[in-house]
Design a protein around this ligand. Structure first.
Ligand SMILES: Cc1cc2nc3c(=O)[nH]c(=O)nc-3n(C[C@H](O)[C@H](O)[C@H](O)COP(=O)(O)OP(=O)(O)OC[C@H]3O[C@@H](n4cnc5c(N)ncnc54)[C@H](O)[C@@H]3O)c2cc1C
Length: 445
């Protein structure tokens, strides 16, 4: 049933496909983790940049808060309002799904913000090239969302993060101004880099409507190995000892035994090795030459490689099968990785069930904690403070969102945060774009 008349929603209906159906609003108002949710006034699905501009200008004129949303696979509460926020307009980008012709020589393509990462991969591959970012949420995560979060994923060791793929963006600012530079010049030193500013801005500075993305030559044929190790230092040593110099490392991931057990139980998978090890390391490379004494299984054909990857890629989903989970994504210098994992386990109260997995050579662990009150943030704080003491970042690849805004100051200096506030005030003076995400409330005067 539609809610009582809302003049802004009536205006939005004239500008783009808009609904205030309570079920649709509620579905868009809750994130993938089910830990974050808030009230939604309307969901708008523009089909063009001009529609986004009209909708944003109308919301800005009405001082109505807006949350941009792509695939809603974000894990830090950035794609939905907070529980105590006033109702927001969600601008869903899924209708911006155009894919341009691949420039095979220049190795780039323009993609609409709503194109999924899976569709982008298929499109690049049909032209004999590959897109460098891949992640387990590929079927739903969008180009716009991955640029807005500067997503990492499983190929960072080969191609870098999303930032390294972005050659230009088209975006709409809060007042409806459209800034567009999608020409994809490999050399272009003409002033401030708006694409770089939008990358990682998590919907707080503008809505990205299209992106010019770098593509890559296909990688060589690869092998995948899953091996048991005692700790993360041994996992890194095994990467060094198994990948001959000159070979191309395409992925180096890790799962602890708690995560592996959840994956096997949730996905009905057999345990991959006869012995249970504290960690399994997954290595994908163009050549693998493991030492003789290693306990490992390997796969070379596509089906085998996919089967082995499931022991790592199912981890987030199988952790969430335990209920609402505290999901923390952190990074530290490689030398401190074991101290981080061991320190996290030492912090856990008796009722917590922690599983740890992540992107090994990026120094990036995902810590998933089940069995705790979703609203109790004390464990989050403990893990993030430990990460900071070990020289790390409180967000490695998922962003800050609403989940970590209060702890931004653990990783960034007061001067950095002040610069961020000035940029935000310049581009979104009324503060309609994703309020409450990334930046904590300003200190009281
Ligand atoms: C199973 C699973 C595995 C995952 N694995 C990884 C991983 O390996 N690496 C990784 O980095 N992340 C991972 N993620 C997290 C998530 O997929 C990424 O953060 C992804 O980039 C979010 O894309 P999305 O389209 O779903 O964006 P959403 O979740 O919809 O939004 C994310 C943020 O971007 C903003 N936003 C979305 N679209 C736009 C736009 N067009 N313009 C401006 N702002 C916008 C939103 O406001 C929000 O702040 C995983 C998630 C799941 C569920």
């Amino acid at each position: 049933m539609a809610s009582a008349a809302d003049p802004l929603v009536d205006t939005l209906r004239t500008l783009a496909t808009t609904t205030d159906d309570p079920d649709i609003c509620a579905a868009h108002g809750q994130d993938w983790t089910r830990r974050f949710a808030g009230p939604v006034r309307a969901v708008v699905r523009p089909k063009s940049t001009a529609e986004v501009a009209g909708v944003l200008a109308a919301c800005n004129a009405a001082a109505a808060p807006v949350v941009p949303q792509g695939g809603n696979t974000g894990l830090v509460g950035g794609s939905v309002p907070g529980p105590h926020d006033s109702p927001v307009v969600i601008i869903s980008t899924v209708g911006l799904a155009d894919l341009g012709v691949v420039d095979e020589l220049g190795r780039s393509v323009t993609a609409g913000a709503g194109v999924t990462i899976a569709d982008l991969h298929a499109h690049a591959e049909s032209a004999g090239l590959v897109y460098g970012v891949d992640l387990a949420s590929r079927e739903s995560a969008t180009v716009g969302g991955t640029v807005a979060t500067n997503a990492g994923g499983i190929r960072v060791c080969a191609y870098g993060m999303t930032r390294a793929q972005v050659m230009g963006v088209e975006c709409v600012l809060a007042d409806g101004t459209v800034a567009s530079r999608l020409v994809g010049l490999p050399k272009d030193n003409t002033g401030y880099d708006i694409a770089a500013l939008m990358t990682g801005s998590e919907g707080t500075l503008g809505i990205i409507t299209a992106v010019r993305l770098r593509l890559h030559a296909p990688p060589p044929d690869t092998m995948v190995m899953l091996a048991g190790v005692d700790d993360l230092a041994a996992a890194m040593a095994l990467v060094r000892r198994s990948v001959p110099s000159g070979a191309v490392l395409m992925g180096a991931e890790v799962v602890d035994d708690a995560s592996l057990t959840l994956n096997c139980e949730h996905g009905g998978l057999p345990r991959p090795l006869a012995k249970a090890w504290p960690y399994l390391v997954l290595i994908e490379a163009s050549e693998l030459d493991p030492p003789d004494d290693v306990d490992a299984v390997a796969g070379e054909d596509a089906a085998d490689k996919r089967r082995l990857w499931r022991y790592r890629e199912d981890s987030s989903e199988s952790a969430s099968s335990q209920g609402v989970v505290h999901k923390l994504d952190i990074s530290v210098p490689l030398a401190n990785l074991d101290a981080l994992a061991d320190g996290v386990r030492a912090l856990m109260p008796a009722q917590a069930h922690v599983s740890i997995f992540g992107h090994l050579v990026d120094g990036n662990l995902h810590v998933e904690i089940a069995g705790l009150d979703p609203d109790d943030e004390s464990i989050d704080e403990g893990v993030l403070e430990l990460t900071t003491r070990l020289g790390g970042a409180v967000s490695a690849e998922h962003g800050v969102g609403r989940a970590k805004a209060a702890w931004l100051g653990l990783s960034r200096s007061p001067a950095d945060v002040a610069v961020m506030r000035r940029i935000k005030a310049a581009l979104d003076p009324i503060g309609v774009l994703n309020p409450g995400a990334v930046l904590p409330p300003p200190p009281a005067r």
